[in-house]
Design a protein around this ligand. Structure first.
Ligand SMILES: [Mg+2]
Length: 369
């Protein structure tokens, strides 16, 4: 049984890749969650690596549980963001040792996945959003799109007056029939306003209303879910299993949206998927940028029985997320006829760009000899 001999991180302010090396010299690559990745790397070396060095490099669930228990005074986001780096490096290693893509390790198959084009912009006019969606529909073949309404944690105050009332019909009508239409409220509304907006969405054929109310107010979200016929969705910020259990038991949402990196990796996210499966709820994960999170999500959606209708696929490029540039070799996120391709190469099936790694800050935790 190979043991974890060395854990290295390669970090800038946005991204932290993790390289796991075993005592047999085998290597797996993972990533922690994005943004403030330098802080996450510190958590990784202080509160994750010391517990797992010298232990089996193959039993992901056991090590995830071990770190959670040893660091039980530090629940929450940063511990999970750092754990994701360990988890995803361990899955990549296992895939490489067995010569299989991760999707196969968890019971699925590589191949094509329907993607929805996901806008990250609110500082965009309804007309400009509609124009770029129509272009993506015609050029890349996307048949599903998500755009933004309200304002982030906006307490019913819009991004600018009237934007929500304008952007709903402008974008929906420009896209036309035969296109799945999704919107995201990013915790922007009270229940009363969310229900009012929800009726506008239903009138324009929108089928998915994400995070209408402050996400930590599950009762508010449930009021909206109960009042509307379209799918109310959420959960991207949540990383505690107890909250997921409550969310599912009370039917706060119709669709679960865990983020693999916010959750602490694939293994903990699969636990949420299984809770959803038992309750008959689909999973449409949050994967809002083109770092490793979207690739991990592709492998997971190719395997779980309660996969939602599509993969979230960010359409933002260098103008908005310049930090995504040059992370990987080749073009792992190519879109063909509105679909992304789950690779068939071992592990995650991506190669991190050596030139990016050369410019990153490197830190090492090593098992004592
Ligand atoms: Mg969202």
């Amino acid at each position: 049984m190979p043991k974890i001999a060395k854990l290295e991180t390669f970090t800038n302010a946005y991204v932290c890749f993790v390289k796991l090396t075993t005592d047999t010299g085998d290597v797996g690559w993972g990533q922690t969650s994005t943004y403030h990745a330098d802080i996450t790397a510190t958590v990784f070396h202080r509160q994750v690596a010391p517990w797992v060095l010298g232990r089996s490099a193959l039993d992901v669930d056991a090590l995830i549980d071990l770190v959670e228990e040893r660091e039980h005074k530090f629940p929450g986001s940063y511990r999970c963001r750092a754990l994701a780096g360990l988890d995803t490096a361990m899955w990549d290693l296992r895939g490489k040792l067995e010569g299989k893509p991760v999707v196969e390790l968890i019971g699925g198959k590589p191949g094509f996945l329907r993607a929805y084009a996901s806008s990250m912009k609110r500082d965009i006019t309804p007309e400009a959003e509609a124009a770029r969606f129509v272009r993506l529909r015609d050029e890349k073949g996307f048949d599903a799109f998500k755009w933004r309404v309200g304002a982030e944690c906006g307490r019913d105050i819009d991004e600018w007056p009237g934007r929500t009332e304008a952007v709903i019909p402008t974008v929906a009508r420009a896209l036309g029939d035969g296109i799945a239409k999704l919107v995201d409220g990013n915790s922007g509304f009270s229940p009363a306003r969310a229900i009012e907006v929800g009726h506008m969405l239903e009138a324009e054929g929108i089928s998915h209303f994400e995070e209408p109310c402050p996400y930590w107010k599950l009762e508010q979200t449930k009021q909206v879910t109960d009042a509307l016929s379209l799918d109310v969705t959420g959960g991207e910020q949540d990383c505690e299993i107890g909250i997921w259990e409550r969310m599912i038991e009370m039917r706060a949402v119709d669709v679960l949206q865990p983020d693999i990196m916010y959750m602490g990796g694939l293994s903990r996210t699969l636990r949420v998927c299984r809770l959803g499966e038992a309750a008959g709820l689909p999973v449409t994960p949050h994967s809002a940028n083109l770092s490793l999170v979207t690739m991990c999500t592709m492998h997971m959606l190719g395997a779980i029985p309660n996969a939602g209708k599509y993969l979230e696929f960010s359409i933002e490029g260098d103008d908005y997320y310049p930090w995504q540039d040059g992370l990987f070799l080749g073009d792992p996120f190519a879109i063909d006829a509105g679909r992304a391709k789950i690779p068939d190469a071992p592990g995650w099936g991506v190669e991190i760009n050596p030139a990016w790694l050369d410019k990153a800050v490197r830190q090492v935790s090593e098992a004592e000899q």
